[in-house]
Write a protein that binds this ligand. Sequence first.
Ligand code: SF4
Length: 331
Amino acid sequence: MKYANIPIFIPELACPHKCVFCDQQKISGTQNVPQPKEISKIISEYLQTMPPNRHINIAFFGGSFTGIDYNLQESYLQEAYKFIETKQVAGIRISTRPDYIDNKILDLLKKYGVRTIELGAQSTNDKILQKSGRGHTYKDIENASKLVLEYGFKLGLQMMLGLPGDSEKISLQTAKDIVKLGADNTRIYPTLIIKGTNLEKMYLSGKYKPLELVEAVQTAKKVYRIFEKNNIKIIRTGLHPSEELTKEKSLVAGPYHVSFKELVLTEIWNDILSEKIRNINTENIIIVTNKAQLNYAVGYKGKNKKKLLKKYKKVKFIPDNSLYKYELKIL
Ligand code: SF4
């Protein structure tokens, strides 16, 4: 069965922190904070547009949900829970900070049908967390992850690439730590510089240099493979191209690309093709892959195919769904 989320954005409502990269209102693409009484309407409208036979979750995103006033949190959850009781949706997922998790909060989330808790880990390196103004440490991530799992929730751990002081080595370690902490799912976000953030000031004063797109893609590729090999669902790779980001020209600099995930998958396939097609001497080559992988194998704007065309006269990619994700046949 396919999965679908009903996203409800609650930006900056509760967050007293100033992570250097964050301007929550611009990233979430919405500046209106819905009141609890509006939640039912939002969910009902979404439900009308959902195709049948979907496993639907209500997702409170955009800020630190569990940092909201306790009673207000409960009001949001009560409204959402009505749809679980009538079996119109399967569950709720929320995103929050690792240091906003305790027993009282988890009891509340459990009571109202929350299934998945996503924690913004961003890095598991204390120096990077400190330089990024996160206001929590790795210990907080570790403790929160443990508690979330003890309560029987699914754990999501998000990470960022290219934070101040970050390196590829540290990012790969963060990915390995996320695996070790028992995450079920993850999101990989390259750090972008958004107008009005402290990161912008750091950038303009020469104290911060963002990753080049090609660096971000290469690191994301390695991180992606670590997660895949450990069966961790990668929910997102790259920032959602929020309308606000482009409309208000909020993006100052950084490795933003509308098809970031496609670039990452293109590089994964470049590695596979380079490895498998090394010693094949023929004029024409036909490469067979799983249908869902075909575009990635061909590459973003045909990058991988163009590379092969330097060696072979004709290159053709054809689909075969009996093949596994990264399996290929050469005809
Ligand atoms: S904790 Fe989250 S919402 Fe708050 S400033 Fe940091 S990234 Fe933004």
